[in-house]
Design a binder for this molecule. Sequence first.
Ligand code: COA
Length: 385
Amino acid sequence: MNEYVPGLEGVPATRSNISHIDGEQGVLAYRGYPIAELAEHSSFEETALLLLDGQLPTTQELADFDTQLRTNRRMKYNIRAMMKSLPSSGHPMEMLQTAVASLGMFYPGRERLTGPNAWEDLEYVHGMSVRIIARMATLVAMWEHIRNGYDPVEPRTDLNHAENFLYMLTGEDPDPFFAKVLDVSLVLHAEHTINASTFAALVAGSTLATPSAVVAVAIGTLFGPLHGGANQKVVEMLAEIGAPDKAKPWLDKQLAAKGKIWGMGHREYKVKDPRAIILQRLMEKMVDYQGGKVSPLFETALALEEAAVERLGPKGVYPNVDYYSGILYAEMGIPGDQFTSIFAMARCAGWLAHWREQLRYNRIFRPTQMYTGEDVRSYVPIKQR
Ligand code: COA
């Protein structure tokens, strides 16, 4: 094959049975289960295990996995000390990438990946997946306190994953409605086929790098505003617009300047992202829950969507997952620069599921290129140039 496809659009990079998208129909399913059904009936813990193992767990399997997550929330003292030495002005995703990369130094086992059938070594492969999924939430919450000069809040084992995260983030008993909203959001963000960060994870995994290195690579890739970083940009954009009646003139100006509308457009979807539909409904419930007292962000987002769909809909550009998620998190009092870290906390389940699948059928990624440089030529000594 000699055709170069920018951005590898439409080029299959792997075979996978973890999730699939129908971008014309607006369908997303994890292991065959539609995302709307998982959002309604499942939990982050169950969805993560579904992604990792391939089938819905039994009551006992889910209880065991939940216990493993609850007992893996605490962080080594040295990682906390390392976090304290990082600049508080740094972005939380940079902290997260650094801290997750360091986990490999505390939980050795890289030699187990070079043995035969490493994917079957579940003590390591599943054990590391649990450690990383449980601790990602701990790290994100810890950083909120450390960067503000406080000691982090210790995790609790009597709370589920979403509840414990909110407890650790705020130091207060979690609001049950907020915890449910977060849990659904984590389900929605847990997996999404071969997006940029999952592809990066596959490339790293194909070299038999450790799972902490694989996830650190993926975190760095998710950070960019064209990918997970868009959720922070959306709320900044809506705050800049300021009010619903300013949305249309702002859009016209932005498009005339060839600027982006953050949280809109997707390589795979040509219709509204099914996750955006669910998050928008959750935000409507949030408005009811707050007795209508919410910031103008949501109304501004609705007005911007209406205007943008008129202009961009013919190109297949509609709201994606990042359009409404940040508005929900902002309503819960979560700082804007933590939104992408929450995305990462969820997506690590998908990254690790793909890592395990990659190990099973591994062949190192080594694509080729179309060389556009000079022909071979003789070196010119510096005085003759
Ligand atoms: N705002 C304005 N125009 C957009 C747009 C957006 N957010 N997303 C796509 N478009 C337009 C492009 O300008 C292009 O128009 P053209 O054909 O007239 O040149 C067309 O739609 C196709 O877009 P393209 O950039 O080729 O799509 P892509 O598949 O390469 O990129 C994204 C996909 C997600 C990177 C892109 O839609 C984007 O930058 N979105 C904003 C960032 C974002 O929300 N990312 C999170 C994704 S979950």
